[in-house]
Design a binder for this molecule. Structure first.
Ligand code: NAP
Length: 292
């Protein structure tokens, strides 16, 4: 992506694949509400949908895409392998299961959801799916700079994308520099920090929003677009989906970008993937699910 053209609607990944810069995420949308939400998002104009095996709504995403009447090739579809399915053989089987649920012949982007357990084995399954033409791009999520540099160094097909928590309170400035160095596209999750720390009414964001006659949500998305970040947001409300999609008609000044940068705490509002307690949390989650 040319950083001078802030209204570019797509970024170009390291393998030449184009990816829409705005995406609609379906995390925490109950499966029974997902089909409707995705249909609304597509109606608003989104052509990039982000789901995951762990969201338990891949099937409903697939139904919405099929029912929308929009040609499949016009939609950029992402899903992710969950830790339970790591290791080469299990990952391979789970990739096919995702295709079945999504009713898809191919997926545009398949990610490793977390940097734990046998993710190298799972990544090799992704590489094979890529070579077979079943996925157009592969990548990782929640890989902090140390893990990202490692997987870039020791894999044949370099990840195209790394999806990490990114919002005004946790901006990933150094992590983004490392991704640029490694030719990996930064994609944001929790672009609104899921509303934590009163982000929608933060005084700095409110002041900037007022100046451009926009909402704080639009300012947060626009700030990511101007940083060249692929930005995911979630809403179940069509009016908010439309608001979140309407960010290509204004430009934040360098001063306002710097004011937003001053909000960075460089700390996760959720959990650090480098904290042993977080690792334990994920390991226990896998164990609990296996015992069910
Ligand atoms: P988010 O987009 O930061 O925030 C969603 C929250 O903001 C919801 O409560 C939503 O409420 C509200 N909201 C949306 N638009 C709004 C607006 N214009 N004004 C006021 N409130 C608004 O959170 P997220 O869903 O966690 O992140 C986005 C996507 O990233 C996910 O859906 C998922 O695809 C991905 N993600 C990935 C990971 C990962 O580990 N890879 C982790 C988390 C998320 P309503 O729905 O009621 O509007």
């Amino acid at each position: 992506m040319t950083m001078n053209n802030y209204n570019e609607k797509e970024v170009i990944l390291n393998n030449g694949v184009k990816m829409p810069i705005l995406g609609f995420g379906v995390y925490q949308i109950p499966s029974e509400a997902t089909k409707q939400a995705v249909l609304e998002a597509l109606k608003v104009g989104y052509r990039h949908i982000d789901t995951a095996q762990a969201y338990f709504n891949e099937a409903e995403v697939g139904e919405a895409i099929a029912e929308s009447g929009i040609p499949r090739e016009d939609i950029f579809l992402t899903t992710k392998i969950w830790i339970d399915n790591y290791g080469y053989e299990k990952a391979k089987a789970s990739i096919d299961e995702s295709f079945r649920k999504l009713k898809a012949d191919y997926v545009d982007l398949f990610l490793l959801h977390q940097p734990f357990s046998d993710y190298y084995g799972a990544y090799r399954a992704l590489e094979d799916a890529y070579r077979e033409g079943k996925v157009r791009a592969i990548g990782v999520s929640n890989f902090y700079p140390d893990r990202l540099s490692d997987i870039v160094a020791f894999t044949e097909i370099k990840p195209q994308v790394n999806q990490v928590e990114t919002h005004p309170f946790n901006q990933q400035i150094e992590a983004q520099e490392n991704m640029i160095k490694n030719n990996v596209q930064l994609e944001s999750w929790a672009s609104f920090a899921e509303g934590r720390n009163n982000i929608f009414t933060n005084p700095v964001l409110m002041d900037i929003a007022k100046k451009y006659n926009k909402s704080t949500a639009q300012v947060m998305i626009r700030w990511q677009v101007q940083r060249g970040i692929v930005c995911l947001t979630k809403s179940v409300r069509p009016e908010r989906m439309a608001e979140n999609f309407d960010v290509m008609n204004f430009e934040l000044s360098a001063d306002d970008m710097a004011r937003i940068q001053s909000l960075d705490t460089k700390t996760s509002l959720f959990f650090s993937h480098q904290d042993p307690d977080t690792v334990d949390f994920f390991i226990n989650l896998v164990k609990e699910r296996r015992n069910k």
